[in-house]
Design a protein around this ligand. Structure first.
Ligand SMILES: Cc1cc2nc3c(=O)[nH]c(=O)nc-3n(C[C@H](O)[C@H](O)[C@H](O)COP(=O)(O)OP(=O)(O)OC[C@H]3O[C@@H](n4cnc5c(N)ncnc54)[C@H](O)[C@@H]3O)c2cc1C
Length: 487
């Protein structure tokens, strides 16, 4: 293998990059490198270390199908366990020699004459692979709210994805901005520790009870010893989660029982009618990601926690002023404001054939054939690309389907002796028109909420509009007639 001119460059070492690397090796492709800007693998599960960080899809499903882990200690494993699993899987498949940490990809340009990509790193190094698989992650770049006056604030400020573990929150007065998936995990943990917590909520999430139990040693041992037990358990979880897609994608009225469950959860855990009203959403369940928690609502009932719904008017040297005029003196501000989702892809510096920038291809919004490839960008594959995210099941499933798709594209190139493969514009058009037609009827468009699933024009560029088995059926094997091969 030539170090700077491998056949394939993978960007990122989260579930996507790691899974791609493993499957390449299994399929006999060994000439690849993984460029990772961090100093460790794991992506999401390396970056996010906030108190209470855990997955919200059961771990037996939120893991690779080809490397089941019978040893998960809980239904929803905490972050250190998921990260350890990924490290173990990387070792098992001897992925480490392929990893190049501290390698921040800044730009990619296709050289049509050489039929190779120029992949440029921040330190000036250029790799020239034939193919690039991007696994840069969708929930990766922290999103910061624009708080008037924040530059004057004298205290400590950090984002949940960049948790400041050197800052001891004990006895501190804290403002938390945002009530999304991360906030509902860390708020109950820090509420016990801080002197006072002002929680700024813009839109309340729908929250259901979290069926999170520890998995006793005898059960773990049975998963290990009884052939098929762990796989059968995973299959049960898979179909249970798929049932949720019916309400989200076919008719939101079918989610009625889910909404009743969430309403009962509020009633059971919060006695105060005023607080109940504040945390009860006014949009259809599923429109924003449905969250799971048993300790979030009880945390909000604590005497030292205030839920503030009027928004932030201004930040001063030592306080946050709410839009209703209430002033909270605070020592720290923690952002639980999530990630820049569609921008993460749209801001990439990628130049395809004939000097065409990806932003030109995406002038009307980001899109990719099967969520994976874009006409005019040969041998470039986007894992967890446009409209491959999920509101109801594990995205590791989607990543694995895309990996099979990439492998089948690479085989088409190899077997035909071609140099490059790219989707036909008409294949992308047909795929995307159908996808967006379905999305227009789905709860994310019709449910009466604003969410990170939608781009600036209100179009859903994030989620797959149906069951995951539909994506599997249409995607795992590339259809030659939908692609152009160049020689
Ligand atoms: C706290 C949290 C909990 C979550 N829980 C769930 C869950 O329960 N179920 C679920 O389905 N999903 C969940 N998600 C979504 C989660 O992001 C995905 O499940 C999954 O981890 C995505 O994997 P990935 O490899 O695509 O991206 P990531 O894990 O984000 O990895 C991307 C990698 O690419 C690297 N990278 C990015 N840009 C560059 C560059 N320019 N050059 C070099 N390297 C680069 C990054 O450093 C990172 O290591 C969660 C997300 C968060 C933040």
């Amino acid at each position: 293998m030539s170090e700077r001119a491998p056949a394939i460059v993978i960007i990122g070492s989260g579930f996507a990059g790691l899974g791609m690397a493993i499957q390449l090796k299994k399929s006999g492709f060994h000439d690849f490198v993984i460029l990772e800007k961090s100093n460790a693998l794991g992506g999401t599960w390396y970056d996010n270390t906030y108190p209470g960080c855990a997955c919200d899809v059961p771990s037996h499903m939120y893991s690779f199908s080809f490397d089941l882990n019978p040893g998960w200690t809980r239904m929803f494993a905490p972050q250190p366990e998921i990260r350890a699993y990924m490290e173990r899987v990387a070792d098992k498949h001897a992925i480490r020699p392929h990893l190049r940490f501290g390698s921040h990809v800044e730009a990619m340009e296709y050289d049509d004459a050489a039929k190779r990509w120029n992949v440029s790193l921040a330190d000036g190094t250029v790799f020239t692979p034939k193919a690039v698989v991007s696994g840069i992650g969708a929930l990766h770049i922290p999103s910061y709210p624009d708080l008037p006056g924040i530059e004057k604030f004298q205290g400590t400020v950090f984002h949940s994805a960049e948790w400041n573990h050197d800052y001891d929150l004990t006895g501190k007065r804290v403002a938390v901005i945002g009530t999304g998936a991360s906030a509902i995990q860390f708020v109950p943990k820090i509420a016990k520790q801080v002197d006072h917590l002002a929680l700024f909520q813009r839109t309340p999430p729908w929250i259901q009870p979290k069926p999170d139990v520890s998995i006793p040693a005898p059960v773990r041992s049975a998963f290990q010893r009884v052939p098929g037990a762990a796989r059968a358990f995973r299959a049960g979880i898979y179909w249970g989660l798929e049932a949720r897609a019916v309400g989200f994608t076919i008719d939101p009225r079918l989610s009625g029982p889910m909404e009743s469950l969430a309403r009962r959860h509020i009633k059971r855990q919060i006695a105060d009618p005023e607080l109940r009203a504040k945390v009860t959403p006014d949009y259809t369940i599923g429109c924003k990601r449905v969250l799971l928690s048993n300790d979030y609502y009880p945390a909000l009932t604590r005497d030292n926690v205030d839920v503030q719904t009027s928004g932030v008017r201004e930040v001063r040297e030592n306080s946050v002023i709410a839009a209703d005029g209430t002033e909270y003196e605070v020592d720290a501000i923690i952002y639980g404001t999530g990630f820049k989702v569609t921008d993460a892809l749209a801001e990439q510096r990628i130049v395809g054939r004939d000097g065409r920038k990806i932003q030109e291809a995406w002038a009307n919004g980001i899109e990719a054939y099967r969520g994976t490839s874009v006409p005019g960008f040969p041998n470039l594959f986007l894992l967890l690309g446009p409209n491959t995210g999920l509101g109801h099941n594990s995205v590791v499933f989607m990543i694995e389907v895309q990996i099979q798709h990439v492998l089948s594209c690479l085989r088409l190139v190899q077997e035909s002796g071609a140099d490059a493969i790219e989707p036909k514009p008409e294949a992308l058009r047909a795929f995307n028109d159908k996808l967006h037609k379905r999305l227009r009827k789905a709860v994310w468009s019709e449910g009466g909420c604003q969410s990170w699933y939608l781009d600036d024009s209100g179009v859903n560029r994030t989620l797959w509009p149906g069951h995951t088995f539909e994506f599997w059926a249409g995607t795992r094997k590339a259809r030659e007639e939908d692609y152009t091969l160049t020689y």
